[in-house]
Design a protein around this ligand. Structure first.
Ligand code: BTN
Length: 254
């Protein structure tokens, strides 16, 4: 099974590295293309959100993948990417992070990294654009992000070397990507994700998916990475998309 060889192309400023990678994928670019920008003027997040991307304040990049495995396991890719980020941060900075379903990287409940996985049809088959944004410093962020965002600088006390971080992250991603494609690899990733995330089991959450709002307690992941949530009525809801927030237990005094 295939790992990938990264080919990095750097830009000073782009609207979005995911957009640039998708354009090049449509033109036939090969797996491993990695688009990096110092700044994004229209950085995108999940659920049509904006990813605030001031110059030099984050590591913003998108990786083109052309998986040859069955599309049934592709839903595990965001989880695979989150584990790769978590591993890299642990190895590079001894920083322990939490993973919020499906793929937010949190430190003390605040977001350090977001991952946006998009698929696109190309002449060479369906491709994946894996976009990763890691906050290096929050100094240039608007004040309203203070409460919800954190940065590597804040979490580790040092100014991170973005290039070194990118190189080690690409190495970890490549290994994980290879594992994901082996027989049993998707299950291994799901199991590892469950061990790594405080959100996997027994966490009181609210999941908002469009007009659907589900509140309950998490009960692990389905084989495709969907989140199981048990409502207070004892019904198991299987969430394949949505935004998860941790809420206080009903039994706890406020
Ligand atoms: C999220 O948490 O909502 C996902 C955020 C993903 C942000 C990254 S930054 C690099 C790449 N380009 C984008 O426009 N978005 C992703």
């Amino acid at each position: 099974m295939e790992s990938f060889q990264a080919t990095i192309i750097r830009f000073e400023s782009l609207t979005s590295t995911n957009t640039e990678a998708a354009t090049r994928a449509a033109q036939g670019a090969t797996q491993g293309l990695c688009i990096v920008a110092r700044e994004q003027t229209r950085g995108r997040g999940r659920l049509q959100r904006t990813w605030v991307s001031p110059a030099g304040a984050g590591l913003y990049f998108s990786l083109l993948l052309r998986p040859r495995v069955d599309a049934g396991v592709w839903s595990l890719l965001p989880l695979m990417a989150a584990l790769a980020v978590a591993d890299t941060l642990d190895e590079a900075f001894e920083l322990k992070v939490d993973v919020k379903w499906p793929n937010d990287i949190l430190v003390h409940g605040r977001k350090l990294c977001g991952i946006l996985v998009e698929t696109i049809e190309t002449n060479l088959g369906r491709a994946v654009i894996l976009g990763i944004g890691i906050n290096l410093t929050t100094a240039a962020f608007p004040p309203d992000l203070d409460r919800i965002a954190t940065s590597l600088q804040e979490a580790t006390g040092v100014s991170p070397d973005a290039d070194a971080l990118l190189q080690s992250l690409l190495g970890t991603l490549s290994n994980r990507y290879e594992l994901w494609q082996t027989a049993g690899g998707a299950d291994a990733i799901r199991d590892e994700w469950q061990k790594h995330s405080s959100y996997a089991q027994g966490k009181r959450v609210r999941v908002v998916n469009g007009s659907e709002i589900v509140e309950g307690t998490t009960r692990g992941l389905e084989s495709d990475g969907a989140l199981r949530v048990e409502t207070d009525a004892g019904e198991i809801k299987v969430m394949r998309a949505g935004d998860v927030t941790s809420v206080r237990s009903q039994n706890r005094l406020r």
